[in-house]
Write a protein that binds this ligand. Structure first.
Ligand code: PLP
Length: 532
């Protein structure tokens, strides 16, 4: 090693013009000194020098990490599902600067166990019923591992042909499993692409739709473009409108209520569009949702498409959570009407056993995306791209670089098969049905929105003559339940009512966990009602 350093230092000085005989000697002396110090410290730290990459070291330390993660899953129920730490807890436990010298993996893992895990909210815990699920699975994990192992950056076909081609194939497989119309397949004018999140998906199609309409009506119409959605649509649409430079006042979140089970009414949409046209505005985009975040409402796609089509409005379908269920024949009808949509999105990382992140977007007209998102700098030019014979996914997304995410989706689909995935979905829906029945049997509670998939929306009814309309009561109930650390559920507000949401979807959840969650809810409800 000393000899190597000598040559390097000597060489570089020679390149500089040479002549300074003393300089290399001083430099070598210094380098050897620091290296010796470094090696000593590494040995004190308990391990041999960790190289940037060495197959045997990877094998050894990789096994340690897999053991650590497997043990985590084995004991996951011992942790409070919702982290109970206070803000700023970690700063008190970790040093305020990075180590000068290398430490051993064992030291780091000890810190993970003692300092990091207490601050983790355990999304994969079987007692996790919050927000929507974000599934991990062995297949998804192995796919992530392989992707990290290959560590490619697949922005264009040439940068890793398999990454591009596997993505195209796997998304055609999934489109087929969802019975999407042929227009969404890569063999036609459309195709699928993996985005990081549903937020990125809606942004890229919004931008494509914006530019498409502006090509027709002229760029000066930008301030007049109107976007439509319901007031139940995920906030990612509003963020997309902000980023896309659209007039924020023309992002119309049309009102819904219990009369349509919080789905967007085609009549309300039609009226809004007519009014906007009459005012000289230009309607151009509708984001419909199948499985809204608050209550899993399903916007009626066929009827909405009858309104958007004649008005030349881009119809995007956000099925971030519920899309996964549509691989089951009995739930496929929820996306009937997708034939009329311009784009369709689901998060495989939510309910499709694919570790975060993997949001799947299909478009019917890939050229619209490409026109908005492509750049063609000299340093990326290559024969395949220039001959137009390949897909360059860099032109279908915001960043240039992209991970080999299709590997994990491919592994999930192969290692579980579509039937395995259907069983996964059905088992969660059955558990949600079970929970719903428990709620219905206790007359102190009420189910407040229809349970369509694996989310149950419910609330504790306030006692008669109570001044509180139930909002404070349910807020307090949520706090009491979550502070046990034994279960984690979240809330929403529907028509001004504070309500509780229990979403089944963690892969380890069994009937006993649902039952235990309900017992905690009942106990805390009893205590709260008695304290009034
Ligand atoms: N759309 C719906 C219906 C959602 O429920 C969510 C998140 O839960 C999103 C979009 C945003 O998802 P992401 O975090 O992938 O951007």
């Amino acid at each position: 090693m000393v000899l190597q350093i000598w040559c390097l230092t000597h060489d570089s000085d020679k390149k500089l013009g040479g002549g300074y005989l003393l300089f290399p000697v001083i430099k070598v002396a210094y380098t050897v000194h620091t290296l010796t110090e470094w090696c000593c410290v590494t040995e004190e730290g308990g391990g041999s020098e960790l190289k940037a990459m060495d197959a045997e070291q990877l094998r050894e330390q990789g096994h340690m990490m897999v053991d650590f993660i497997a043990d985590y899953y084995k004991t996951i129920e011992n942790f409070p599902v919702l982290s109970q730490v206070q803000p700023g807890y970690l700063g008190k436990l970790l040093p305020d600067s990075a180590p000068t010298h290398p430490e051993s993996l064992q030291h780091v893992l000890n810190d993970v166990q003692e300092k990091i895990l207490p601050g983790v909210t355990h999304w994969q815990s079987p007692n996790y019923f919050a927000y929507f699920p974000s599934n991990s699975s062995i297949a998804g994990f192995l796919g992530e591992m392989l992707s990290a192992g290959l560590s490619i950056v697949g922005f264009s076909w040439i940068s890793s042909p398999a990454a591009t081609e596997l993505e195209t194939i796997v998304l055609d497989w999934l489109a087929k499993a969802l019975l999407l119309p042929h227009d969404f397949f890569s063999t036609g004018q459309g195709g699928g692409v993996i985005q990081g999140t549903a937020s990125e998906a809606v942004l890229v199609v919004l931008v494509a739709a914006r530019d498409k309409i502006l090509r027709t009506v002229g760029r000066s119409a930008l301030p007049k473009l109107v976007t439509y959605a319901s007031d139940q649509t995920h906030s990612s649409l509003q963020k997309a409108c902000q980023i896309a430079g659209l007039n924020p006042e023309l992002c119309r979140l049309l009102k819904t209520d219990s009369s349509t089970n919080f789905a967007l009414s085609p009549d309300v949409l039609s009226e809004a569009i007519s009014n906007d046209i009459a005012s000289g505005l230009t309607p151009f985009f509708l984001c419909a949702t199948v499985g809204t975040t608050s209550s899993t409402a399903v916007d009626p796609l066929p009827a909405l498409a009858k309104v958007t089509k004649p008005n030349n409005i881009w119809l995007h379908v956000d099925a971030a959570y519920a899309g996964s269920a549509c691989i089951c024949p009995e739930y496929r009808h929820f996306i009937d009407g997708v034939e009329e949509a311009d784009s369709f999105n689901m998060n495989a990382h939510k309910w499709f056993l694919t570790n975060f992140d993997c949001s799947v977007l299909w478009v019917k007209d890939r050229s619209a995306l490409i026109q908005s998102l492509s750049t063609n700098p000299e340093f990326l030019k290559n024969k395949a791209s220039q001959e137009n014979t390949v897909i360059d996914y860099k032109d279908w997304q915001i960043p240039l670089g992209r991970r080999f995410r299709s590997l994990k989706l491919w592994m999930v689909m192969r290692l579980y098969g579509l039937e395995g995935l259907r069983t996964h979905i059905r088992s969660h829906i059955a558990l949600a049905v079970y929970f719903e029945e428990l709620v219905v049997q206790d007359t102190r509670f009420k189910v407040v929105a229809p349970r369509t998939f694996s989310l149950v929306c419910f609330r504790l009814l306030p006692p008669q003559n109570s001044e509180d309309n139930g909002n404070k009561l349910n807020h307090d109930l949520l706090d009491a339940v979550n502070s046990t650390g034994d279960v984690f559920i979240t809330h929403t507000v529907l028509s001004g009512e504070y309500i509780l949401r229990l979403a089944v979807g963690a892969p380890l959840t069994e009937v006993r966990h649902v039952h235990a969650a309900w017992q905690i809810l009942q106990e805390k409800a009893t205590a709260l009602l008695e304290s009034l």
